[in-house]
Design a binder for this molecule. Structure first.
Ligand code: C2E
Ligand code: CA
Ligand code: CA
Ligand code: CA
Length: 275
């Protein structure tokens, strides 16, 4: 039994080393990924429950690694964030997304994720201005998705940045709402355009009474503040039914469609959208 324990320990240690090596290697590869054209932006529809049509898309980054194949953003975004590479990567995503969205019908908006480090970087506003002017995408059609974690730290500076971005005419959504740093006071300090209800609450809809209570509370809160509510990770018709009954404005999830490459967007717009 003693040997077994020791063997298991060494095995565990070796597995940790292996994981650390894999992460280091990924970080090195990440540095060249933009240059090598290994990134691609996918798009997932944001669907209006009342109008039963697509109002826009969220841009979701994909990394086609030459050896490992598709690497999930859940794996490389944290690496990019830690190493600071998220800033150039985020700039690329903004430019590429605006370029593509400018070819869509005028009514279609596009949402881009902005990580905390990218949000705090001094060049963000300039990057947005350049991405808009180079693509010709009207500012009103661009939405940035930020998370509650940007309020950890210098709240005054965060609010200044939010207001200066808003002054460009773009929209700001609060992503993963309810999972992060939970003080509701910042909802009074800044008029967000949209609250995105985290998919963990949607998943709890059928199984937990609390999931339902939280969803109802967030939708009520959003509407009281004049903000749109969007539910993430909607996979089942039964979930959509509940969300519709509760007056949720928008849904996003595999039920409507998975994220697709840019080339497949026009077909989705024809199927679910306006002309
Ligand atoms: P997120 O912003 O919360 O994006 C939603 C995630 O949920 C996406 O994962 C999407 O593919 C997934 N999803 C959508 N519908 C469903 C569903 O019905 N069921 C389930 N189980 N999942 C669904 P993805 O694309 O893997 O992205 C993961 C996270 O990586 C994103 O979470 C976001 O935080 C980050 N991310 C993705 N692209 C970017 C980017 O360009 N910049 C930054 N900074 N972060 C990004
Ligand atoms: Ca998001
Ligand atoms: Ca989210
Ligand atoms: Ca998330």
């Amino acid at each position: 039994a003693k040997n077994d324990g020791k063997g298991a320990y060494h095995f565990f240690e070796a597995a940790l080393d292996e994981e650390a090596r894999r992460r280091r290697k990924l970080e090195v590869d990440l540095r060249s990924a933009i240059r090598e054209g290994q990134f691609e932006v996918y798009f997932q529809p944001l669907y209006s429950v009342a109008e039963q049509q697509i109002k826009g898309f969220e841009a979701l980054l994909r990394w086609n690694h030459p050896v490992q194949g598709m690497v999930s953003p859940a794996d490389f975004i944290p690496l990019a964030e830690d190493s600071g590479l998220i800033v150039p990567i985020g700039e690329w995503v903004l430019r590429e997304t605006c370029r593509i969205a400018a070819t869509w019908p005028n009514s279609m908006m596009v949402a881009v994720n902005v990580s905390p480090k990218q949000f705090a970087s001094p060049g963000l506003k300039q990057t947005v201005i350049q991405a808009l002017s180079a693509s010709g995408l009207p500012a009103e059609r661009l939405e940035l998705e930020i998370t509650e974690s940007i309020f950890i730290g210098n709240v005054k500076r965060t609010l200044e940045t939010l207001h200066s971005l808003r002054a460009l005419g773009i929209r700001i959504a609060l992503d993963d709402f309810g999972t992060g740093y939970s003080s509701l006071s910042y909802l009074r300090s800044f008029p967000f355009d949209k609250l995105k209800i985290d998919q963990s609450f949607v998943r709890g809809l059928e199984t937990e009474a609390s999931g339902f209570a939280i969803i109802r509370a967030i939708i009520t809160l959003a509407h009281a503040l004049g903000i749109e509510a969007l539910a993430e990770g909607v996979e089942e018709l039964t979930q959509l039914d509940v969300l519709q009954r509760e007056g949720c404005d928008l849904v996003q999830g595999y039920l409507v469609n998975r994220p697709v490459p840019a080339a497949a967007v026009h077909e989705l717009i024809q199927r679910f959208g306006v002309e």
